[in-house]
Design a protein around this ligand. Structure first.
Ligand code: SF4
Length: 377
């Protein structure tokens, strides 16, 4: 299993809560140049690479739906040519509802994209305005309908909860509308304020107040209840899917499977030894310069030793419903997780449980994940 992540760092406008690498000033010429850089990067990455075929490809950003279908087609052709792709490869594209048309969606599908991830976030006009999104609720719903008409069967939506002023009733109303639009996958993230964002400045000034932990928990639980009632699997803390529609690319990340990272700001993971995480600088000038010099722009972010690899295996695995398999862990590391993490395991007896040889967090444990995971790290 090997994934390919491609980062596209341009957006129409910067959302005030967003800390991803994204640039809101660009021209069609800059996008065209960036596509050439991605192609060059792919070529360079393939030169020293023997793994393949690709089992998942993920266009993330930023707003990759600012690329034309022809540009996506060229990148996919190059990726298939350089690495090969498995017969059932999952190819995801993140799309902002404010940037797609019937024609572009038909084009993406024809280019081979078979999973569309639509950044809906909310279907309430005031919430979208507060989040600085460029689209209206109707545009979001229309994008989902056009995607279906274009032949997408695997449609994912992002929905944000714990927004200022958001009620459970309004959140559920959004959710039911998205379910009516036949979404196959929901990513539900609670709004958080990250340093370096406009929201952070507003919070420091006292202009922004997020809902308290109780409201967060109430909304998290409401999403879980409604979505599981509707037949979705809650397969990761923030992710729900209809059976068979889990995001294969992200599952690979949580399972620490290898992933290539292409594009400024992309991360990659190599599974050899205890694991190596690489990052491509989130700096377009530097990215361009290194590629023009024929140099691989990826830098080592973290070289894992055994202890760190074991900790990350738990950190990522316990985010998922499948949890961590005791036998696989012991085979990989030569030590059982009880021996490696005995005292940490004893700190969360009410939230951790083991069934059929797998260690998992309960739903209440997921809600406290950031706190409960600390003893393992
Ligand atoms: S569209 Fe997405 S990536 Fe771009 S600024 Fe908004 S949240 Fe960030």
């Amino acid at each position: 299993m090997i994934g390919l992540y491609l980062h596209f760092p341009f957006c129409v406008r910067k959302c005030p809560y967003c800390d991803f690498f994204s640039i809101d000033r660009h021209t069609p010429g800059q996008i065209a140049e960036y596509v050439e850089l991605l192609l060059r990067h792919l070529e360079l990455a393939a030169a020293g690479h023997r793994q393949g075929p690709l089992t998942s490809i993920f266009f993330g950003g930023g707003t990759p739906s600012l690329m034309s279908p022809e540009q996506i087609d060229r990148i996919l052709f190059a990726a298939a040519h350089r690495f090969g792709v498995s017969a059932d490869v999952e190819i995801s594209l993140e799309a902002n509802p404010g940037t797609v048309t019937a024609a572009s969606l038909v084009g993406y599908r024809a280019a081979g994209v078979n999973r569309l991830s639509v950044g809906v976030q909310s279907l309430q006009t005031e919430n979208l305005a507060r989040l600085g999104r460029i689209h209206t609720p109707d545009q979001a719903v229309q994008a989902l309908r056009l995607a279906r008409r274009a032949g997408f069967e695997n449609i994912a939506c992002d929905l944000m909860f714990a927004q200022p002023g958001q009620t459970v009733a309004a959140l559920e109303q959004d959710l039911f509308r998205l379910l009516d639009e036949a979404s196959a996958h929901l990513s539900c993230y609670g709004l958080t304020v990250e340093e370096g964002t406009l929201y952070h400045e507003r919070q420091l000034r006292g202009d922004l107040r997020l809902p308290d932990e109780e409201v967060y928990a109430e909304q998290f639980m409401a999403l879980h209840r409604r979505l599981t009632e509707a037949g979705f699997e809650h397969y990761e803390i923030s992710n729900y899917a209809r059976p068979g529609r889990q995001c294969r690319h992200n599952l690979g990340y949580w399972r620490r499977q290898p992933c290539l990272g292409i594009g400024a700001g992309a991360h990659a993971f190599e599974a050899r030894d205890w694991g190596l995480r690489l990052a491509v600088p989130a700096d377009l000038d530097r990215y361009r310069r290194l590629l023009h010099q024929g140099l691989d722009p990826a830098e080592v972010l973290e070289r894992f030793d055994q202890r760190q690899a074991m900790a990350e295996t738990l950190y990522l695995g316990l985010r998922t419903a499948e949890g961590v398999a005791e036998a696989e862990f012991a085979a990989r590391f030569g030590i059982g997780f009880r021996d490696a993490f005995g005292p940490a395991l004893e700190q969360s007896p009410d939230y951790l449980y083991q069934t059929q040889g797998r260690l998992q967090f309960s739903l209440a444990g997921w809600l406290l994940f950031d706190h409960l995971i600390l003893p393992f790290l």
